[in-house]
Design a binder for this molecule. Structure first.
Ligand code: NAI
Length: 478
């Protein structure tokens, strides 16, 4: 059992309900269950301390318990203040498979406290490997490490009041407080760390920037760019969970409405497809001519937000970029237009500008649904305070697609741990080999009743393919 003080969840009495849903999810997650069957006896993660910063949902509970079956010693937190499913967190703690610090509706101070606690084992040391989603655990460690160098060199102590970024304020506060008592904490953590596997596009961008600048402190596996992750989770996952979030939050009729999807990458493609399927008229905004052309070829109008903002019933940001829908845009929208984001961070929508807009009044409708009323009387409905609405207003992606993502996560964790002394991975960003990607897909075909055609040796020779190296060259785009 997890000791008192080594977890913090909303309500442990939700454990039984959580367990029932975890058991249903297991049936829908064949890739993870196959990992347990294949590797459970061998315990390839034995001796590894695994820290996770990834939405504490039912699906994540199945990932956690797979890593546990493989031998890991786990601590977990969510990577978003609204995404925890409290019954999932309770079930994991009750079973004793992982320490969990997560509940739905954390404030920012609590959020970073949870991250800090998940990174700190009972003996004060840190993890061996990290499962990150969006890179917040990785960020805290890198910032702490940087601050320790400045402190040792010039005695500089970070000043939280120097930033107007509320998240960064919390990060600096944690680091500042730790410097006094444990001035080498983050250095010790980095020394121990074998690597991180990163779940999402935004976190991978952060890692690639660090690798490019030469500041990445440990190896990283980019799970997002496994084909069986981004071409499934980002696409079909959002196709499922975007309308789910909008409908649970507002119950609005989607058919006939005008919806703008900002960004037509993997998440944007899934989002636009679901809105079209629901009978909405879909408009796309893009900065990339290739993605814009793809949207045109799917029959979508492509234009700027500025051109059509007054006509929109719903706008959803999917860009992973900042400043996509600004307060001045929302001031021009129809009464009760719905504004939401499904990209990783909340800076796609100018929440700060909206809250400061002269004369604005915020009406809370229910948790994660607010109507902001402008002085002229018209309002916009903002979902999940601009944070990812599919996890804030609904339950995120369904189990089956998360099984693809999390099977890649499991393989990445085993890969990092098994190569901890081989020198295979340097402080850089890596992707898993294509054969593993194909394996993940294979593990999910049976559940859907698919039968794969067998390539004959003659055919393989005719198209010049060596099956052991994968069915496609790395340049293939799917
Ligand atoms: P992507 O890179 O495939 O797509 C983003 C698209 O937005 C690109 O095509 C880009 O050209 C476009 N874009 C960038 N700036 C823009 C602007 N100012 N206006 C219009 N378009 C712009 O990335 P992907 O995989 O689609 O991920 C997008 C975001 O969603 C990331 O933050 C990612 O971490 C997050 N994500 C969220 C999930 C969820 O469940 N809510 C699931 C998977 C990813």
């Amino acid at each position: 059992p997890i000791k008192e003080g080594q977890y913090k969840v909303r309500d442990l009495s939700l454990a039984e309900y959580g367990r029932k849903e975890i058991e249903l999810a297991e049936v829908e997650m064949p890739g993870l269950m196959a990992c347990r069957d294949e590797m459970g006896a061998r315990k390839p993660l034995a001796g590894a301390r695994v820290m996770g910063s990834l939405h504490m949902t039912i699906q994540t509970a199945v990932l956690i318990e797979t890593l546990y079956e493989l031998g890991a010693d786990l601590r977990w937190c969510s990577c978003n203040i609204f995404s925890t499913q409290d019954h999932a967190a309770a079930a994991v703690v009750a079973k004793g498979t992982s320490s969990v610090f997560a509940w739905k509706g954390e404030n920012l101070e609590e959020y970073w406290w949870c991250t800090d606690r998940a990174l700190t084992w009972e003996d004060g040391d840190g993890p061996d490997i990290i499962v990150d989603d969006g890179g917040d655990a990785t960020l805290l460690i890198h910032e702490g490490y940087k601050a320790e160098i400045a402190f040792e060199k010039d005695g500089v102590v970070p000043d939280p009041s120097s930033t107007d970024n509320a998240e960064y304020f919390q990060v600096l506060t944690i680091i500042k407080n730790g410097l006094k008592t444990n001035p080498k904490r983050w250095h010790k953590m980095v020394e121990r760390l074998v690597g991180v596997s990163e779940e999402t596009t935004t976190g991978v961008h952060r890692l690639i920037e660090r690798a490019r600048d030469g500041t990445l402190l440990f190896p990283a596996i980019n799970v997002n760019d496994c084909v069986t992750k981004s071409k499934f989770d980002n696409l079909y996952g959002c196709k499922h969970s975007l309308p789910d979030g909008i409908m649970r939050a507002t119950d609005v009729m989607l058919a006939g409405k005008t919806v703008m999807i900002c960004g037509y990458g993997d998440v944007g493609k899934g989002s636009a497809a679901s809105m079209k399927a629901a009978g909405a008229r879909v408009i796309i905004s893009e900065i990339d001519p290739i993605c814009a052309l793809q949207a045109c070829m799917e029959g979508f109008q492509v234009t700027t937000l500025d051109e059509v903002v007054e006509t929109l019933d719903i706008v959803v940001t999917t860009t992973g970029n900042k400043d996509i829908v600004m307060a001045k845009d929302m001031a021009r929208m129809k009464n009760n237009a719905i504004v939401g984001n499904i990209g990783h961070f909340d800076n796609e929508i100018d929440m700060a500008g909206l809250e400061k807009f002269p004369g604005i009044v915020r009406q809370n409708i229910k948790p994660q649904v607010d109507r902001f009323v402008f002085p002229d009387g018209h309002g916009v409905i903002v979902l999940a305070e601009g944070r990812l609405l599919n996890l804030g207003c609904a339950t995120g992606h369904p189990s089956f697609v998360m099984s693809c993502s999390f099977t890649n996560q499991t393989l990445a964790q085993v890969e990092l741990w098994e190569n901890r002394n081989t020198g295979k991975y340097e402080n850089n960003v890596y992707v898993l080999p294509k054969v593993l990607d194909e394996k993940v897909a294979r593990l999910h075909l049976g559940k859907l009743g698919a039968k794969l055609t067998k390539l004959t040796p003659e055919q393989a020779e005719y198209i010049g393919m060596d099956e052991s190296k994968g069915m496609k060259p790395d340049s293939y785009r799917y």
